[in-house]
Design a protein. Structure first.
Length: 113
Protein backbone atom coordinates (compact mmCIF):
# COMPACT_ATOMS: atom_id res chain seq x y z
CA UNK A 1 0.00 0.00 0.00
CA UNK A 2 1.25 3.47 -0.85
CA UNK A 3 0.11 6.49 1.15
CA UNK A 4 0.19 10.04 -0.19
CA UNK A 5 2.41 12.57 1.57
CA UNK A 6 -0.72 14.45 2.71
CA UNK A 7 -2.62 12.07 4.96
CA UNK A 8 -4.77 12.28 8.06
CA UNK A 9 -4.55 11.09 11.65
CA UNK A 10 -7.64 9.80 13.43
CA UNK A 11 -7.42 9.73 17.22
CA UNK A 12 -10.10 7.99 19.24
CA UNK A 13 -10.12 8.42 23.02
CA UNK A 14 -11.96 5.78 25.09
CA UNK A 15 -11.63 4.09 28.49
CA UNK A 16 -9.70 0.86 28.86
CA UNK A 17 -12.69 -0.89 30.44
CA UNK A 18 -15.09 0.05 27.60
CA UNK A 19 -16.34 -3.08 25.82
CA UNK A 20 -17.87 -4.04 22.47
CA UNK A 21 -18.95 -7.60 21.65
CA UNK A 22 -17.31 -8.88 24.86
CA UNK A 23 -13.83 -7.55 24.05
CA UNK A 24 -12.11 -4.26 24.85
CA UNK A 25 -13.47 -1.44 22.68
CA UNK A 26 -9.96 -0.41 21.59
CA UNK A 27 -9.31 -3.95 20.35
CA UNK A 28 -12.62 -4.00 18.46
CA UNK A 29 -11.73 -0.66 16.80
CA UNK A 30 -8.25 -1.85 15.74
CA UNK A 31 -9.63 -5.11 14.33
CA UNK A 32 -12.30 -3.16 12.40
CA UNK A 33 -9.62 -0.81 11.04
CA UNK A 34 -7.58 -3.79 9.84
CA UNK A 35 -10.68 -5.46 8.38
CA UNK A 36 -11.42 -2.29 6.40
CA UNK A 37 -7.90 -2.06 4.97
CA UNK A 38 -6.66 1.01 6.81
CA UNK A 39 -2.90 1.60 6.74
CA UNK A 40 -2.23 0.99 10.42
CA UNK A 41 -3.34 1.55 14.00
CA UNK A 42 -1.66 1.93 17.38
CA UNK A 43 -3.18 1.79 20.86
CA UNK A 44 -1.65 3.95 23.59
CA UNK A 45 -2.55 3.62 27.28
CA UNK A 46 -2.56 6.83 29.29
CA UNK A 47 -1.54 7.18 32.91
CA UNK A 48 -3.96 9.99 33.71
CA UNK A 49 -6.85 11.85 32.12
CA UNK A 50 -10.44 13.01 32.26
CA UNK A 51 -13.23 13.42 29.75
CA UNK A 52 -16.78 14.67 29.32
CA UNK A 53 -17.82 13.58 32.86
CA UNK A 54 -14.77 15.37 34.38
CA UNK A 55 -14.08 12.19 36.41
CA UNK A 56 -10.34 11.78 36.92
CA UNK A 57 -8.83 8.49 35.75
CA UNK A 58 -5.36 7.84 37.11
CA UNK A 59 -2.68 5.24 37.77
CA UNK A 60 -1.90 4.90 41.45
CA UNK A 61 0.49 2.65 43.37
CA UNK A 62 -2.29 1.33 45.63
CA UNK A 63 -4.51 0.56 42.61
CA UNK A 64 -3.18 -0.73 39.32
CA UNK A 65 -5.68 1.31 37.33
CA UNK A 66 -8.99 3.11 37.48
CA UNK A 67 -10.29 2.80 33.91
CA UNK A 68 -7.27 4.50 32.37
CA UNK A 69 -7.60 6.48 29.15
CA UNK A 70 -6.78 4.72 25.88
CA UNK A 71 -5.97 6.45 22.59
CA UNK A 72 -6.25 4.65 19.26
CA UNK A 73 -4.28 6.37 16.49
CA UNK A 74 -4.95 5.49 12.86
CA UNK A 75 -3.22 7.06 9.84
CA UNK A 76 -4.55 6.88 6.28
CA UNK A 77 -6.20 9.15 3.73
CA UNK A 78 -8.88 11.54 4.97
CA UNK A 79 -11.51 9.88 2.77
CA UNK A 80 -10.85 6.40 4.17
CA UNK A 81 -10.79 7.66 7.76
CA UNK A 82 -14.05 9.59 7.34
CA UNK A 83 -15.71 6.46 5.91
CA UNK A 84 -14.35 4.43 8.84
CA UNK A 85 -15.65 6.98 11.34
CA UNK A 86 -19.11 6.75 9.79
CA UNK A 87 -18.96 2.98 10.22
CA UNK A 88 -17.93 2.95 13.91
CA UNK A 89 -19.46 6.20 15.21
CA UNK A 90 -22.71 4.63 16.47
CA UNK A 91 -20.78 1.80 18.19
CA UNK A 92 -18.89 4.09 20.59
CA UNK A 93 -21.19 5.26 23.42
CA UNK A 94 -18.61 7.47 25.18
CA UNK A 95 -15.35 9.03 24.06
CA UNK A 96 -13.84 11.55 21.67
CA UNK A 97 -12.65 11.32 18.08
CA UNK A 98 -10.45 13.88 16.30
CA UNK A 99 -9.27 14.01 12.71
CA UNK A 100 -6.30 16.13 11.68
CA UNK A 101 -3.85 16.56 8.83
CA UNK A 102 -0.69 14.48 8.95
CA UNK A 103 2.48 14.68 6.86
CA UNK A 104 3.49 11.14 5.98
CA UNK A 105 7.27 10.87 5.64
CA UNK A 106 7.41 7.12 5.03
CA UNK A 107 5.24 4.03 5.27
CA UNK A 108 7.08 0.79 4.71
CA UNK A 109 7.20 -2.74 6.05
CA UNK A 110 10.89 -3.43 5.53
CA UNK A 111 10.07 -6.63 3.61
CA UNK A 112 11.51 -5.22 0.36
CA UNK A 113 15.05 -4.88 1.76
Amino acid sequence: MILPQEGSLLRIFVGETDKRDGKPLYEWIVLKAREHGLAGATVLRGIMGFGAHSRLHTFKIERLSEDLPVVIEIVDTREKLEAFLTLIDHEIPEGLATLEKAQIHFYRSGAAR
